[in-house]
Ligand binder design. Sequence first.
Ligand SMILES: Cc1cc2nc3c(=O)[nH]c(=O)nc-3n(C[C@H](O)[C@H](O)[C@H](O)COP(=O)(O)OP(=O)(O)OC[C@H]3O[C@@H](n4cnc5c(N)ncnc54)[C@H](O)[C@@H]3O)c2cc1C
Length: 490
Amino acid sequence: MYILPRLCSRHLRQVLQKSCSRNLSTSSQNVPHGHPAAKVDILEKLPVPFGLVRFGVAPDHPEVKNVIHTFTNTARNERCTFLGNVEVGKDVSIEELQGAYTAVVLAYGADDDRTLAIKGEKNPNVISARSFVGWFNGLPQDRDLNVDLDTENVVILGHGNVALDVARILLTPISVLKKTDISQHALDALSRSRVRKVYLVGRRGPLQVAFTIKELREMIKLPDCRPVIHKDDVKDLNKVIEGKSHKLYEQGHQELKNLPRPRKRLTDLLYRTSMEPSDTNSQLWAQASKEWELRFRLTPAEVTETEGKVTGVKFYINELQGDDLVNKIAKATSETEDIQCGLVFRSIGYKSIPIDPCLPFDKRKGIILNKKGRVENRPGLYCSGWVSTGPVGVILNTMTWGFETGKVILKDIEDGAISSEGKEGNQIIKDKMLSKGSRDKRLKKKVRSETYNYNRTVDSTSTDYLKDDYFENSLNVAKPAASQYCMYIN
Ligand SMILES: Cc1cc2nc3c(=O)[nH]c(=O)nc-3n(C[C@H](O)[C@H](O)[C@H](O)COP(=O)(O)OP(=O)(O)OC[C@H]3O[C@@H](n4cnc5c(N)ncnc54)[C@H](O)[C@@H]3O)c2cc1C
C-alpha cells in the first residue's frame, strides 16, 4: 500500500507522527505505525525539501529553521522517499498520482502574491516581499531579483511578520547579518545599501496589526535604529492593556476586556515604546542613524514615479468603522497623504493557485475546496497547510493541520472509504520521473548546481542543514546522477 506523495516534508511528518503517537512507537524516529504497511513519497518542485521553512523564514531566525532537524528525522525513515525537482501539475498530473497511490495529499502552499491593483505597482522598484525574502534566502528563482537599494527611504506595505522581517533585514547592521546564513548576493547588495528609513504602513490601527510580539521586540532592539510610533496612535491604549475601567469600556466596548493575552502584551509594547521609553533607550535612539516608523490607517492609492523611478506612495487616509474596536473595517476617505520613498515592498498576503485543472478551487479565497482536508468530490485526494486553509498562521499551525489530515486519512483507510485496490503503486511514478531526466541534460545541470549552492556555509552547528553536504550526510541522498532528473532520497 502506498500513501501520499507530499510536496513538503513537514506534512509527511504530520501524517506519520500522528500514527506514531497512537501506537506508542518505541522507535526514536517517527515511524509510520498508523498503518504499518504505509509508504510515503514526498514530491517537491524544488530540488530540496522544507519549503518556506528554508526559503521563507528569515536567516537571522535559525532557531525557527531548526525544525528542519525534526522533519529530517521523519524523512530518514526507510519507508519515506523524497523526490525533488518534480512539479505536480506539470511533470505529473493529479490523475496519474491518484492512479498510483492510495491517498494523495496536496500541501503545496501559497505560491502567489496578493497584489494592490494600483497605478505604478508594476514599477521594478515595487517588489513583492516574498520575492525579496526568497532573494535573501537564496531561492534560485529570486536570485536575479533587481533590488535597488540606492535610496534612503523605503515603504513596506503591510503589518504582518513578513513585513517586519523585510524591515529588519534592511536595517540590521551588516556585521550582524554576516553571522547569519543570508545569501552572499544579498549580503553584498545590503552592504552597499543607502537605506536609512523604513515606513511600515497598514490599513488599520494598532489594535489590528498582524505581527507578533517577538518580531516587534526585535525591531525595537535593532542596533543603531530608532522606532517611531506616534503618540497619537497609541495614547488611548494603556487602560485597554491594564484591563481597568476606561472611557472606551464606559462607551460600551466590553470586548476590550476580553482581548487575548498575546494581543494585550503586543499592544502594551507598542504603547510603552511610544509613551514610556526607558532613559537608556531614549539615549540610544537619539543617537541612532537609522529608523523605522509605524504608520496606521493608510490605503495605498498610487505609486508615484518620475522618469521610471519610484518617488513615493500616495495613500488614502482611512476611517476605521464598525462597533467592535478590535475588528474594525478600514474605509478610505477622500483625504490623501504622500510618503516619499525610492523603493516599495508589498507584503499584503499570499494566495494559492490551482496546479491542476481537476482541482475544485475557490479562486477568491485561494484554497482547494475541502472538508477537514478531504478534497471535495475526489475520494483519496486530500489537502493540508496553506493550500487548504489560506495563507494564515505559522509553522506550528501548519503542523497541527497536518496532524489532522493524517488522522483523516487513517480514518478513511479504517472505514474502507479509500483502499489500494486497483492502484498501480509508486514505482510507476518514480520510474517516470527518473526516466524523464535522461532526456533533459540542461535541467540536470541546473539541479546539481542549485542543490548544492543555496546559501553561504555558516560556521554554526545549529545551522548544519544549510551546509552544502547536509542533504548527503543527513538524508543519505545521492548526488543526482547524470541520468537523473530529480533529487532522489532513499
Ligand atoms: C516569507 C515568509 C516567512 C515566514 N516566516 C515564518 C517564521 O519565521 N515562523 C513561522 O512559524 N512561520 C513562518 N512563516 C509561515 C510558514 O512558512 C507557513 O506557516 C508554512 O510554511 C506553510 O506550510 P505549507 O506546507 O502550507 O507551505 P510551504 O512551506 O510553502 O510548502 C509548500 C511546498 O510545496 C512546494 N510546491 C509548490 N507547488 C508545487 C508543485 N506544483 N509541485 C510540487 N511541489 C510544489 C513548494 O516548493 C514548497 O516546498 C513564514 C511565511 C512566509 C511566506
